[in-house]
Structure formats: structure tokens, C-alpha cells
Write a protein that binds this ligand. Structure first.
Ligand SMILES: [Mn+2]
Length: 348
């Protein structure tokens, strides 16, 4: 059986399962990005259209990054405590690599059934039904093919939500995960009324001045190591306080570190502005790699995190920023030397 045949069967199986679900609770990972929220809205609208009783839910209560505020339907998402009748609903997780990322262990433990739709290579297959396509640009791209098989009408609102997920997770169609299928899906969505220029402007060109100031702080605190191949920037609590920002303003910042000429691995280390353990150092690491040969997911996993080969993250408690930088030098150095040894002709 070819990979595409098995993906086709899995898409069909998920669509058939969703058709039979009268009551669903759709959720994604905590601190959601455009792919996660886009999928939440697109699937919710589709299930509602097909007659299901559907609720959208995100366990974290931190404000969603302003980049995603334009998405219609965001205000309908239940935050914090799940609805009282959650135990009677099938839990559908979109863009969520493992059960912990749902952010509510009890909800997962008590779910009557879990359907897991994702594109993270390290997805733990925690559902009863799992559709994980790790080569896909985004969960939104996978969802498009599910909705097609569900027979849902791709309304302009659904198209906009899916397009946003694809746009942001494919790095504006520039990452290697952007395949011919990605472009075909995007073209179809634009044909259905997506105003791609308006979405581009909403996501990338409405940057609050406060975030731009945080952006400047990031470059002020930049450290280059390993012959300029590792870029690390640290944002402390004071940087957020003095610029009037909080963690949601870090969305996309790390990509600007990776963009520096010569950088192969970029990491933004930032203090959590909303964590529960007041006073305890608690950093979030956002890692990016510019080469498929350097796998940052493996590095994130050493700190209990995960993600994709070229985009991953982790949370670290009980370490100083300097200790984290030391860890990154060691591990990125190791990963780079493995890459070097694979390329014996390198050197002139
Ligand atoms: Mn995603």
C-alpha cells in the first residue's frame, strides 16, 4: 500500500467517524497559533452545518495573540473550565501533538472518545482514532481533505479559517512542508472567496507598536554562538513589563532570528508572564532550524517539549537563562557536528 492510499483511507475513516458524532467538543493545544485556532473554527462550523452539537474549547486562559483576533468565531470559544457536559461529548483534538498539550488532564481522562487530527511528527497517537500526517504543511491542510469527505460546504468563513492555518504553518508557503497539494488547497480556498491580501495584512501587517519594541529588545539581547550558526535571544520579565507586552507578543518573533545570514538554529528564550508559580523562573523555549538536517524537535524533547523537526518548543523550570544558553550551545553544537560529519566534502 502506498502512503497516499493509507492517508486516503485514514481521511475516510475520520470523516465517517465524525459523521456519526452528534455531540463533539473540539479542542487544540494551549497557547494556540493560527493553525490551531483556524482548525477549531473550521471544524466547528462544519460539524454544526452537518447538524452536530459542537463546542469549541481551549483550556489556557491567556489572551490569544492579536494576530488571530480577526478570525470570526474566536469569541465563541470556551476558555478555562470545560463545559459541564464534556464527559458526554467526543473530544476532537486538532493540531495537538500529545494529550498533555490539551492542558486539561481530567478532560482527556474522562473523554468518552478521542479523535486526534494532527501533523506533528512526534504525535503520541493518544486518540481512539488518529490521523497524523507529519509531512502536511498544517493541520488545516489535512482538515480541508476531511471536510471534503464529510461533504461539508466550505463557506467563506471556513475557507478563511483553513487558509489562515495553512498560511502561517507553511511560513507563508515558504517552508519545505509547502507541497503542490498545499498550493492547490490554498488556490481552491481563494477561489471560494478568501481575501488572501486581507488575511496577510491582518496577520503580518498589524503589528502593535508595543510588539515592535519587544522585537527590538530581542535583537538587543541577541547572542551568536557556534561560529554564528546558533542565535539565541532572551526576553526577561522586565522586557515584557517595560514594553507593555506579555507572552502573546512573542508570536513569530523567533523567525527573525533564524533569518540572520549564517544562522542554522535560532532560539527565543522568554520568561513566562502568566505562569502560576510566582517567583519561580520559568522559561519558554521557541526553537527554529533552517535546515532539515538539524532536528530541533530532538533538542526540545530533552527538556520535555516537542514539535516539528524545524520548529519546536519546550518549557523549562528551575534553570537560569545562562544555563539554558549553555544547554543550547552543547546540544546544537552536537547536532551541527553530526551534520558536518555527514558532509565530508565540506571545507572549501
Ligand atoms: Mn500546526
Amino acid at each position: 500500500m502506498t502512503a497516499s492510499q493509507s492517508i486516503d483511507q485514514a481521511l475516510k475513516a475520520v470523516a465517517e467517524a465524525l459523521k456519526r458524532e452528534p455531540r463533539v467538543l473540539i479542542t487544540c493545544h494551549v497557547n494556540p497559533d493560527g493553525d490551531a485556532i483556524g482548525c477549531l473554527i473550521a471544524l466547528h462550523r462544519s460539524m454544526t452545518q452537518l447538524g452536530a452539537d459542537s463546542v469549541m474549547y481551549i483550556s489556557s486562559t491567556e489572551p490569544v495573540a492579536p494576530e488571530w483576533h480577526f478570525l470570526k468565531g474566536l469569541a465563541e470559544v470556551v476558555r478555562g473550565d470545560p463545559p459541564a457536559d464534556s464527559g458526554t461529548r467526543t473530544l476532537v483534538c486538532v493540531d495537538c501533538g500529545n494529550a498533555e498539550r490539551v492542558g486539561n488532564d481530567q478532560l482527556v481522562a474522562e473523554a468518552r472518545r478521542i479523535i486526534n487530527i494532527d501533523h506533528h511528527a512526534d504525535n503520541t497517537r493518544f486518540g481512539e482514532i488518529n490521523l497524523v500526517v507529519d509531512g502536511a504543511s498544517s493541520t488545516a491542510e489535512i482538515l480541508y481533505f476531511i471536510l471534503e469527505r464529510l461533504g461539508a460546504e466550505i463557506t467563506p468563513e471556513i475557507a478563511e479559517a483553513l487558509y489562515t492555518g495553512i498560511l502561517v504553518d507553511s511560513g507563508r508557503f515558504q517552508y519545505s512542508s509547502a507541497s503542490p497539494a498545499t498550493f492547490r488547497v490554498a488556490a481552491d480556498l481563494i477561489g471560494r472567496g478568501v481575501d488572501h491580501t486581507a488575511i496577510f495584512r491582518a496577520v503580518y501587517e498589524r503589528v502593535p507598536l508595543s510588539k515592535t519594541r519587544l522585537f527590538c529588545r530581542m535583537f538587543e539581547h541577541l547572542t551568536l554562538a557556534l561560529d554564528g550558526r546558533l542565535a539565541v535571544a532572551v526576553l526577561e520579565q522586565a522586557d515584557f513589563d517595560q514594553t507593555g507586552t506579555s507572552n502573546e507578543s512573542t508570536e513569530g518573533l523567533v523567525d527573525n532570528l533564524r533569518a540572520i545570514d549564517g544562522v542554522m538554529v535560532a532560539c527565543l528564550v522568554y520568561a513566562r508572564t502568566n505562569h502560576e508559580n510566582e517567583g519561580e523562573p520559568f522559561y519558554r523555549l521557541s526553537l527554529r532550524s533552517s535546515s532539515a538536517k538539524v532536528n530541533v524537535q530532538r533538542i526540545a524533547r530533552l527538556k520535555g517539549g516537542g514539535g516539528h523537526a524545524q520548529a519546536a518548543g519546550a518549557s523549562v523550570s528551575g534553570e537560569t537563562a545562562n544555563q539554558i544558553i549553555g544547554f543550547l550551545r552543547t546540544e546544537v553544537g552536537r547536532a551541527l557536528s553530526e551534520t558536518d560529519s555527514e558532509m565530508p566534502s565540506r571545507g572549501n
